[in-house]
Design a protein around this ligand. Structure first.
Ligand code: C2E
Ligand code: MG
Ligand code: MG
Length: 639
């Protein structure tokens, strides 16, 4: 399960203010107690380790000392024997002439020798000793062996060591036993410590009341989900908030409402799919995270969760509690944790406004209202110089044959903290700030530079109303063309209807001036605003881009097809090339082709993507040349 894989890789993540975690005071006290006993266990472990070390050291010292003692005793005994032999030899030499014919030795002489050589029980015998007594031959004056001195071979030091040995062995055995016992104790203490630390770690990640991952852990898991999800997958982050918990608390009391939270957590656990993870991220808030295939519709799943929560709960009386939910998805809405949670929060607020049971998925419109204009004003100039803005390109497909004939350049801004901010959000702010000149010139230059890679395609560039109204646009376009060396016929400028209304005469002149450069002009989003058919006749346009809203109407309204057919026919009658935007399904493609449109653009074919992806797509197309061409979105393309 992905949750397990994720938790294996868990890493710490800083908390965020948007989630307030309510920890009970009792839980805090217990935590402190656990901390004290853990400190004790750690001290006990260190002490046991020291004792084991000392015991092993003592065993080692005892064994080594015994060995060394024996060695020294043996050496000392051997020295004694050598001294004795020398002394005996000397004594025998001195008294050699005292032997009589009968080889008898005066016992006094023996005693003298015994005394001077410090020997024990010295005897003179005619034969050498057969026992383990030492023997030394004694020669008479003629040099013949007169007999043998034999004596007891003593080991004073060795014997002393022998006497000590039982005590030393006893001590060593006792020390080994003690070391073994201490080692077992050490192992037990270490097990206890590991267990207690594991419990502490788990407790730090857990909401004490429900046992779910707490606020910090939930954010950590979200980080991992974001790092883990593959290119074709979507991470959903949903916030679920209970309605009217204040009323529940005043009705059930604090303990009762705690019980209800536990019951709600159980209902959540029951209702979510196995691969989803839930966390408690506030006193009456839960988060739900799920990684799934790109196209998954999570709303039915969240609805099941909310319905499960709303089933009556049985306490002393029947209690009902409803909830609402807001969600955002990565990478569609944001790619960073901060931005994803912010957008889920915005969606949650929108859901709260709608009322109990509402589910709101984030959409750009929510952010347009709520994105802090000041933030964009502050950040946009920095983003321009920090290279945070780039262009993505969306292929334009010939309705017949399905070949890519052009690309539309679409501006993208990835803010380091907030993630992707849509052009529909920041372009109006750029216009207000007077930044549109710089931004517009950047787009033109960059688009024409990158267009050099695709000599067979035309490149469509959007112009904001402010840019079109400004007469210097003609010079800006001219210099961008000259700089890039791209033939003007390959540039298509897209303008919108609104700009044509205010000052039609000037706009006609402007379009003519642009034509004079050799570029073409398209009317973008036709049908989204005033839809004044007279424009089509009045302004010298080259292309009509029919707005996505007409395509949506194709499948939903009975006469959607008729309207689009009429617009296409009118456009063509006026000599305009007709492109339809926002084609998302195969059915739409077939109907639009039958309606007679020339070109199409939409997620069915490809989402806007970086220039490198267009390179890949073109070489793919080249390889497939001769076959039907592109009829479905290549899996590698993402917005
Ligand atoms: P637009 O010129 O009409 O661009 C088409 C928009 O529709 C793009 O949104 C594109 O991502 C989206 N789109 C394309 N195919 C489909 C589809 O099949 N389904 C759906 N639902 N949407 C589709 P985007 O990139 O968010 O751009 C929004 C608008 O922002 C553009 O509308 C254009 O008016 C403006 N814009 C984008 N880039 C620039 C720029 O460089 N300069 C100016 N002045 N405006 C720009
Ligand atoms: Mg456009
Ligand atoms: Mg458009």
């Amino acid at each position: 399960m992905r949750g397990e894989a994720v938790s294996k890789k868990a890493r710490s993540a800083p908390g965020r203010g948007w989630l307030a975690l309510a920890n009970g005071a009792g839980a805090g006290q217990k935590h402190a107690q656990d901390g004290v006993s853990r400190a004790k266990a750690r001290r006990k472990f260190s002490a046991s380790r020291l004792i084991v070390l000392l015991a092993l050291l003592a065993v080692g010292t005892t064994v080594i000392s015994a060995g060394v003692g024996y060695g020294m005793a043996r050496q000392s005994d051997e020295n004694l024997w050598s001294d004795q032999r020398t002394a005996l030899r000397n004594a025998v030499g001195e008294f050699r002439n005292l032997f009589g014919q009968n080889r008898q030795v005066d016992p006094r002489f023996v005693r003298m020798v015994e005394h001077s050589a410090r020997l024990q029980d010295l005897k003179f015998e005619t034969e050498p000793s057969a026992s383990d007594r030492e023997s030394q031959p004694v020669l008479d004056a003629q040099g013949r062996i007169a007999g043998f001195f034999t004596w007891e071979k003593t080991r004073p030091m060795g014997a002393a060591m022998d006497r000590l040995m039982p005590y030393i062995s006893g001590l060593a055995i006792a020390l080994i036993g003690f070391a073994g016992f201490s080692l077992a104790q050490l192992r037990r203490t270490r097990r206890e410590l590991t267990l207690s630390e594991e419990q502490a770690r788990r407790a730090a990640d857990e909401d004490k009341l429900t046992g779910l991952p707490n606020h910090a852990k939930t954010l950590e898991l979200l980080d991992l989900y974001l790092a883990e999800h593959a290119a074709h997958e979507t991470t959903t982050f949903a916030l679920i908030e209970l309605d009217g918990m204040e009323d529940v608390t005043s009705h059930l009391g604090v303990l009762g409402s705690d019980e209800l939270i536990v019951a709600v957590a159980d209902r959540l656990r029951e209702a979510i799919p196995a691969e989803a993870v839930i966390g408690r991220v506030g006193s009456d808030r839960f988060a739900l995270m799920l990684i799934a295939e790109d196209e998954i519709d999570v709303e039915p799943m969240i609805r099941t969760v909310l319905e499960n929560i709303a089933r009556p709960h049985w306490f002393e009386s029947v209690v009902r509690v409803s909830a609402h939910a807001g969600f955002a998805q990565a990478p569609r809405h944001a790619t960073t944790r901060g931005e994803l949670t912010r957008r889920a929060e915005l969606a949650l607020r929108a859901a709260a406004k709608k009322g109990p049971g509402a589910i709101v998925g984030f959409e750009a419109a929510i952010d347009t209202v709520t994105t802090d204009q000041k933030f964009i004003q502050r950040e946009l100039p920095r983003a321009l110089s920090a290279n945070e803005l780039e262009l993505h390109y969306q292929p334009i497909i010939a309705a017949h044959g399905g070949r890519i004939v052009g690309v539309e350049a679409l501006l993208r801004w990835t803010h380091p903290q907030r993630g992707a901010i849509g052009p529909a959000v920041f372009i109006p702010v750029a216009e207000q700030m007077g930044l549109m000149d710089t931004l517009g010139a950047f787009v033109l230059r960059r688009a024409l530079q990158e267009a050099k890679r695709w000599p067979d395609l035309y490149i469509a560039v959007n112009l904001s109303p402010l840019q079109v109204r400004d007469h210097t646009i003609v010079d800006v376009v001219r210099s961008a063309l000259e700089e890039s060396g791209v033939p003007p016929s390959r540039l298509m400028l897209e303008i919108t209807e609104g700009v044509l209304i205010d000052n039609p005469e000037e706009m006609v002149r402007r379009i003519e001036d642009l034509h004079a450069l050799g570029v073409r002009v398209a009317l973008d989003d036709f049908g989204s605003g005033y839809s004044n058919l007279s424009y089509l006749q009045r302004f010298p346009l080259d292309k009509l881009k029919i707005d996505r809203s007409f395509v949506v109407a194709l499948g939903t309204s009975a006469n959607g097809g008729v309207i689009i057919q009429a617009i296409v026919a009118l456009g063509r009658a006026l000599g305009l090339s007709v492109l339809v935007e926002g084609v998302e399904t195969e059915q739409q493609r077939v109907l639009l082709r039958l309606a007679g449109c020339d070109e199409m653009q939409g997620f069915l074919f490809a989402k806007p993507a970086p220039a490198a992806t267009i390179d890949r797509l073109l070489s793919q197309q080249k390889q497939n040349a001769g076959s039907k061409g592109i009829s479905a979105p290549p899996a590698t393309l993402t917005a």
